[in-house]
Design a protein around this ligand. Structure first.
Ligand code: SF4
Ligand code: SF4
Length: 351
């Protein structure tokens, strides 16, 4: 999904991509400009609540089932596991193309895939980013592997603080310890190399491999697996944390979709000019996915000197300057953009 998302386009632009030259985030059919800090704040709040909700209720579901690191290591292990010999060497060989794919995917979230492929090994910047990312990812996956989760990953560290007594975890049933077969199948399959029989370990990523390995043996003897899920999903915390997360998501959605299609900012320049003449700098943001043809004018009795007809490509911003000449005495002047069903007036001072 993460590799496929950069190929998805909405209104002719990437569905989700941060465009560095223009400092804007393409977000499923709208463009969020870096100056719209309140949206970034709302998005951060939503993600913090989502992480807290998922972790407090479902424990390490992300680590064991969704994290790209887990997925890539599981995939390369499964491929290498087909041959019994040279397991580690074959796994490291498969990690070479996989880490290259992850490296190029990361670039696609900043430069569209078609442009990346055209520039790869042509543009020194994109080539350097790709090679450095590929090397770092390969070294991390091939040589640090699951050790990353227990030593480096900040999310793994954060989780222990978010757990409570009802969070979903995998626990060994100590009350049945006397009947455990002591086969250690659960230890052999554990990707992080822990012994679940010794109790809950902060290194456990909740992958449930130990449950499957134990079940394969214990069920033959009519017993339930000794390690199993423990916790309560439906409880009061689920409702209030879930509601807070859903409210934050809804707020973010409404903030994005209630933005005007066009934003018009004007400031007066402090340029030394003859009396009755003022200069203004303006920026127009086209938040819509349509090209716009706008006319710059004023409702006041003034003359505008400069470009009047403005063309805005979809999701683009234009900046310009205009001189305003007044014969009579004015304290304020209005600048207006109109066209395509849009009419915005900004009042600003006149000296
Ligand atoms: S103890 Fe079990 S659930 Fe935890 S990481 Fe090891 S195999 Fe996965
Ligand atoms: S796999 Fe099950 S039966 Fe075997 S040692 Fe582990 S907990 Fe005991």
């Amino acid at each position: 999904m993460l590799t496929g998302l950069p190929f998805l386009t909405v209104k002719g632009q990437s569905a989700f991509r941060f465009d560095i030259p223009t400092l804007k985030l393409y977000f499923f059919g709208s463009a969020i400009w870096i100056r719209e800090f309140y949206l970034i704040l709302a998005a951060t709040l939503f993600f913090l609540l989502l992480i807290t909700f998922v972790t407090a209720i479902f424990g390490r579901i992300w680590c064991g089932w969704l994290c790209p690191q887990t997925v890539l290591l599981d995939l390369s292990q499964s491929i290498a596991g087909v041959t019994k010999k040279h397991f580690k060497t074959i796994q490291r060989l498969f990690l070479l193309p996989l880490s290259a794919l992850v490296a190029i995917t990361m670039i696609w979230y900043f430069v569209p895939p078609a442009e990346t492929m055209r520039s790869l090994f042509v543009s020194p910047t994109i080539t350097a980013f790709f090679l450095v990312l590929w090397l770092l990812l390969y070294l991390e996956l091939a040589f640090l592997g699951r050790g990353f989760c227990t030593s480096v990953c900040p999310y793994a560290m954060l989780q222990n603080a978010l757990f409570d007594k009802d969070t979903l975890v995998i626990e060994y049933d100590v009350s049945r310890d006397a009947t455990c077969l002591r086969c250690d199948a659960c230890v052999q399959v554990c990707p992080v190399g822990i012994d679940i029989k010794k109790g809950l370990d902060s290194a456990c990523i909740g992958c449930a491999e130990c449950i499957d390995a134990c079940r394969a043996l214990s069920e033959k003897r009519g017993m339930a697996p000794f390690p199993n899920y423990k916790g309560r999903i439906v409880r009061r915390k689920t409702y209030w944390l879930g509601s807070a997360t859903a409210t934050a998501a809804l707020t973010l959605f409404l903030l994005i979709w209630s933005r005007p299609a066009v934003d018009f900012l004007v400031i007066r320049d402090n340029a030394p000019l003859p009396a009755g003449l003022n200069r203004y700098s303006y920026t127009i943001y086209n938040n819509s996915g349509k090209p716009l043809s706008l006319a710059l004018s004023s409702p006041d009795p003034v003359t505008l000197i400069g470009e009047h007809a403005l063309l805005l490509p979809p999701f683009a911003a234009i900046r310009g300057r205009i001189l305003v000449k007044s014969i009579g005495k004015l304290e304020h002047v209005g600048l207006q953009i109109s066209g395509g069903g849009i009419s915005i007036i900004r009042e600003t001072g006149f000296l």
